[in-house]
Design a binder for this molecule. Structure first.
Ligand code: B4P
Length: 193
């Protein structure tokens, strides 16, 4: 099994690059943002609870997303690997993920961390907000709140995996194809998929 975390601040290109990586490497894509948005669209109790946090640019509580990932892992016993996109977002989520993977006899192979300046992040998210209809992309205050949440709670996830020497930084600005090539090179270099 090859398990990869695509890491980075909101708007760094995680969703964009994930789509390409899963089609190249046949990994199972687990995006907590996508799962939450589909719960909201289905107006489930979980979705309604998550919406109030997401609309303000805040993280959804750990226990909710950990439970979602735990079910997703159980529901995909045949996967030859997972690409985690937007998860883990706190140290508690990272510790829970490590534990879940250990129980399945596997672990995270690498954390690919996209680096993008704050100015570019804000530009991309507000730009996506013009067409996506995502309430969290449409308001500069909410976009800034998401970046603050990232700095306060999510940046520490990289420190967690640095302890195990698993973090590789990739420049996330420039042409989407070039960034994809840089990410692919890291995966190919690990000869894993
Ligand atoms: P996510 O759905 O994970 O969204 P994101 O981080 O904002 O976006 P992403 O990074 O994937 O977007 P991308 O750059 O691809 O999270 C949304 C919310 O859900 C969170 O705020 C939180 O409330 C909640 N949530 C999700 N997971 C959670 C968790 N684990 N715990 C708690 N809460 C959680 O795209 C951005 C734009 O940039 C696009 O328009 C794209 O086209 C553009 N772009 C991408 N690459 C580019 C490039 N190289 N050049 C120019 N533009 C580019």
């Amino acid at each position: 099994m090859f398990n990869l975390i695509l890491f980075g601040p909101p708007g760094s290109g995680k969703g964009t690059q994930s789509e390409r990586l899963i089609s190249k490497y046949g990994l199972r894509h687990l995006s907590t943002g996508d799962i939450l948005r589909s719960e909201i669209a289905g107006q489930t109790p979980l979705g309604m609870a998550a919406k109030s946090f997401m609309d303000k640019g805040q993280l959804v509580p750990d226990e909710v997303v950990i439970e979602m990932i735990s079910s997703a892992l159980d529901n995909n016993p045949q996967a030859n690997g997972f690409l985690f996109d937007g998860f883990p977002r706190t140290t508690a989520q990272a510790e829970a993920l490590d534990k879940l993977l250990t129980q399945k006899g596997t672990s995270i192979a690498v954390v690919l961390a996209l680096q993008v300046s704050e100015k570019e992040l804000i530009k991309r998210l507000l730009n996506r907000g013009l067409t996506s209809g995502r309430p969290d992309d449409s308001n500069e205050e909410v976009v800034s709140a998401r970046i603050t949440e990232y700095e306060k709670k999510t940046a520490a996830v990289a420190d967690h995996y640095k302890k195990y020497d698993k973090v590789v930084y990739i420049k996330g600005e420039g042409h989407i194809d070039e960034i994809f090539e840089a990410l692919s090179k890291e995966i190919d270099g690990r000869n894993a998929v």
